[in-house]
Design a protein around this ligand. Sequence first.
Ligand code: BGC
Length: 370
Amino acid sequence: MKKMKLLLSLASVLIVASMILGACAQKPAEEKGLAVGIVLPTKDEPRWIQDETRFKDALTEQGYAVEILFSQGDPAKEKQNVETLISKGIKVLIICPHDGTAAAAAAEAARAAGVKVVSYDRLILDTDAVDYYVTFDSVAVGAAQAQYLVDNAAGTGLPLYLYAGASSDNNAFLFFEGAWNVLQPKIVDGTFVIKNSPEAVALQDKATLTRDEMGKILGQITTNWDFNVAKNLAEANLTAATAEDKGEVFILAPNDGTARAIADAFAADTDVTKYYVTGQDAEKASVQYIIDGKQSMTVLKDVRTLVSDAIAAAIAFLDGKTPEQTHTYNNNVIEVPAKPSAVVTVTKDNVKAAIVDSGYYPASDFTGLE
Ligand code: BGC
């Protein structure tokens, strides 16, 4: 009898213990699910679908269920997305703003609700409500694009066409700054002649441009990150240019989507005998364009790195810690802590090694790969 009682109480201790353990095992999973919300700028560009896919891959692997919402290029929708996530109880917001300044209100709403704000890829401007910035080295992206053009330039008086991203995106300025640092000395020494921006020509003797000066140039060469705007602008530039402004041309295109649109416009002009065109993001369509010789280069920004940095930052905040910092970026109000990641230049020569052998995309996504 005594033995029986002992066995029974042992069993109940075991049951209670396993219930406690079970509850403990479940609780963090539930907390994980509610803790982080992600807001991305638009589904209309493959770049942000890349980020969505890489976030889902990484988070599923780590057992986190988070919600990813898209703002479709609309700051009002973006703010609504943030409010939805706040109401669901998130503790960390990872947000890539459509418009850096307009997103300040959304960041402030999150801050007011006690949510940590991680600015993702693009910096939120004009507010102190940004806790951390995960980013690539965007000045290095522009420099890599320009360096490619310089490395392929032989002779003098070579036609140079400049294009840029959206003025509402702080990155557009950083990319242009990085490119200008490399191109400007080569404009001054006569290697390149700018063909499509009188504002850039007027400023070409200046090694360093102010934000306002860059803004003036961007006003003439912006694609607004939109393929159609890019195509129309390139066509308008080609219509305005003479046959002497063409021949072998050098094109600074800010990213892959706009690069393909601009490349198609230049390829269709019979006075253009050869063109070099830059890009960034390693979008699959552009990797194929590079293999096919229709786009000259891209800059691989390994989104897996950005995603894992963002998740690491979120986990640090959830644990009451501070994410790793090597750098700060001024957003007009504060110095935002950050740890920028390196980028890789991809051309036809290293496309297999950089994109396929590295495991970024499978070879089966492409044709004609050697
Ligand atoms: C990103 C680029 C992207 C561009 C257009 C920039 O802020 O850094 O990777 O191509 O926005 O969406």
